[in-house]
Design a protein around this ligand. Structure first.
Ligand code: ATP
Ligand code: MN
Length: 447
């Protein structure tokens, strides 16, 4: 019976014949017998294969080194001793592909994350990256499930766009070798699906996007990528309070999903990298997020007496050190900051009556800082058009967006969750380059 190792390890039907295939993690030889730790990617746990030398050809056995791909047919039994619970006594061995020990880069038992980043094509074969990318899958699945169960429609926004509205300097241009304006006007890779997402929400009621986004910001930090994935729900008739409810409920759901469905991988990652991981996940799930305004937050930071690397004052864009101070030191809870100065937020956010702030909301997390950024949107045509004008955004590019405010406009709200920041959080990893299979950052676009 062909079976994945994850399923086999759950089984308690012993004595049956099984057929497993995977990659050799280690091959320990003793005199008459050897032990292979086999991993097929389905779980962080290896399956022990017992090989009695008399049954097989010596030269063939020698080729089975770390990294080789093999198939084993054999008997699944309860292990006689040692720390293994179960094992397979090999009856037949098939060698698919060898991995020359002189050449194979994953020879050692442990490698630094920095080294593994240089071999992103092979790091997938380590327990660490297996755990991370199974988790990434689990989170993607949880996200689709969450929204589907709540009547949101998955809505696809364009990757190539001609709207340049989110602020200069962050765009990747799209052109062909022969033509600068293949599309008739300058085009770029999208920085966010939100504006088009709003069109969807104002027709379908509640939508979410889940797409790659691209930002050419030259920030080499632990939490920025040039290409990252974003989830952007957008809901007609939601105000900022509904939006905060949604954000909190949504992210708690995802984290709960991880705790319930990826316990083995979490346990492994916690043991290897972050002893406090489980506590931190439970901390978020079990606490109500604190809600306060940017103005109140800045006051707390100013009065804290804490020395920050970047100065903090009303009007300043908060840095991750400020965000983390509020979460980790001051409130010891996740925080949602609202009502930011309009100068540091995007043009589409709903303007408050004070004339100074907009109805923005950022969700701030331990270790990460900002994980979600969102707002209630300005639904009033005049106010929105005036803001677009003030900021010098070419009106001719925005006509389609403004049309939503001319025809059947309604209050609506949404937010963007950086997918990799969520995966960072639930894996306990500390560098965003380690939670996307093939990271793109300034000066790094290999594979
Ligand atoms: P930051 O202040 O951290 O640079 P931002 O305010 O520019 O983020 P938004 O435009 O609000 O980010 O995007 C929504 C979400 O997308 C953020 O809350 C974050 O989770 C994620 N995000 C933004 N930029 C990046 C990036 N370069 N790499 C990975 N995730 C990102
Ligand atoms: Mn933001």
């Amino acid at each position: 019976m062909k079976i994945r190792i994850v399923d086999l390890l759950k089984s308690d039907i012993y004595g049956i014949d099984v057929y497993v295939r995977g990659w050799v993690r280690t091959h320990r030889q003793s005199k008459n017998i050897s032990f292979i730790a086999l991993n097929d990617g389905s779980t962080v746990h290896n399956l022990q294969i017992v090989i009695e030398h008399v049954k097989f050809e010596k030269n063939m056995l020698k080729t089975i080194t770390t990294g080789s791909a093999i198939g084993i047919k054999g008997k699944f039994i309860r292990s006689a001793g040692g720390k293994q619970q179960v094992e397979v006594i090999a009856g037949n061995i098939e060698v698919y592909g060898i991995a020359d020990p002189q050449e194979y880069p994953l020879q050692k038992k442990e490698h630094s994350l920095e080294y593994l980043r240089e071999i992103a094509h092979l790091r997938l074969r380590t327990n660490t990256f297996g755990a991370i990318f199974r988790m990434r899958h689990n989170m993607a699945f949880a996200i689709h499930r969450y929204f589907n169960e709540r009547g949101f429609f998955y809505f696809n926004t364009p990757i190539i766009t001609t709207s340049d509205s989110e602020g200069a300097g962050e765009l990747f241009e799209v052109k062909t070798e022969l033509k600068d304006d293949f599309f008739g006007s300058p085009a770029n890779l999208t920085v966010s699906g939100q504006l088009e997402g709003e069109l969807g929400a104002l027709a379908l009621g509640a939508i979410y996007t889940f797409s790659p986004t691209f930002r050419a910001e030259n920030s080499n930090t632990f939490r920025h990528l040039s290409e990252f994935w974003m989830i952007e729900p957008e809901v007609a008739f939601n105000d900022i309070n509904d939006n905060m409810e949604l954000a909190e409920d949504f992210i708690k759901y995802c984290i709960n999903y991880a705790l319930e469905n990826a316990a083995d991988d979490i346990e492994f990652l916690a043991k290897m990298y972050d002893e406090e991981l489980v506590d931190r996940l439970k901390f978020v799930v079990n606490n109500e997020f604190v809600r306060l305004t940017y103005t109140e937050g800045v006051k707390i930071l100013e009065e804290s007496g804490h020395k920050f690397e970047f100065p903090v004052f009303w009007g300043a864009d908060l840095q991750s050190e400020h965000e983390r101070f509020l979460v980790e030191e001051h409130f010891k809870k996740p925080v949602i900051l609202t009502d930011y100065p309009k100068e540091i937020k995007a043009f589409y956010m709903k303007q408050n009556d004070d004339g100074k702030t907009v109805r923005a909301m950022d969700v701030l997390f331990p270790k990460i800082g900002e994980i979600i950024g969102g707002s209630e949107r300005e639904e009033n045509y005049e106010k929105l058009a005036k803001r677009i004008d003030e900021l010098g955004i070419p009106m001719k590019d925005m006509w389609w967006y403004l049309d939503t405010r001319r025809f059947g406009t309604v209050p609506h709200s949404g937010f963007g969750l950086g997918f990799e920041r969520l995966v960072l959080f639930v894996t306990g990893m500390t560098n965003i380059r380690d939670v996307i299979p093939f990271p793109r950052t300034p000066n790094n676009c290999e594979f």
